[in-house]
Write a protein that binds this ligand. Sequence first.
Ligand SMILES: Nc1ncnc2c1ncn2[C@@H]1O[C@H](COP(=O)(O)OP(=O)(O)OP(=O)(O)O)[C@@H](O)[C@H]1O
Length: 234
Amino acid sequence: MPSSKSRLSQQPYPELQLTPPPTGPVIKFRPIIISGPSGVGKGTLIQMLHEKHPGMVTKTVSHTTRQPRQGEIEGENYFFISKAKFRSLISKNAFVEYTYFSGNYYGTSKKTVKDQTAKGMIVVLEIDIEGVKQMRKATDIDASYVFIKPPSFEELETRLRNRSTETEESIEQRLQQAKQELEQADTPGLYDMVLVNEDIAVSYGKLENFIWRLSADMMLKRGINHGTGRITGD
Ligand SMILES: Nc1ncnc2c1ncn2[C@@H]1O[C@H](COP(=O)(O)OP(=O)(O)OP(=O)(O)O)[C@@H](O)[C@H]1O
């Protein structure tokens, strides 16, 4: 696969300068939630967004109860907290979504999403389908949801194998999980866009276009001047 930078040629809204306004109220963009089966290319697409729009597109740091691995940094890879603290945060409804996986909790705190949004950043989060269902039920984070599909199940398997990061057992588990996720992806009201990731450059263009269109709609609704990115009324 060519490097992500060489593929980033198309800017669908060249006139739209997505930089936070230097003064005045900060524009709050809707968080973008990306889901899809393991190996479909979510991480690749999100990395491309970060590389092309550093300082504008951001991810949040998750909380976990698992032990830090060698080299992992508190506040950079995860916020490492105890199970008691995690459970206390659950009871306070502090997570956008959370999951219990392999003996540990993992979750995205509402505060981290809201803090980044308040700074005028577009938060892009990778969240699985169960997390999306949790988020759709909650009302305090107004996000947009994208599901990434593989062109075929065989291609998904090829990508997972070629990535060479998984054991055979893990590949089988992921493919099993993928079947269930793909069956649910078209459930009405779950995702705002379903994107088939065939050619990575085309997929990236469609994803960027979707995000810009949302942002442009939001700016227009709020009377924002595209030239400066400043809010002219609300
Ligand atoms: N459109 C594409 N065509 C071919 N290969 C791709 C495409 N998109 C991604 N890949 C490759 O497929 C593999 C899986 O991609 P990636 O790691 O981004 O998947 P993921 O959805 O983030 O998986 P996980 O959920 O397991 O983290 C990587 O080796 C990546 O380079």
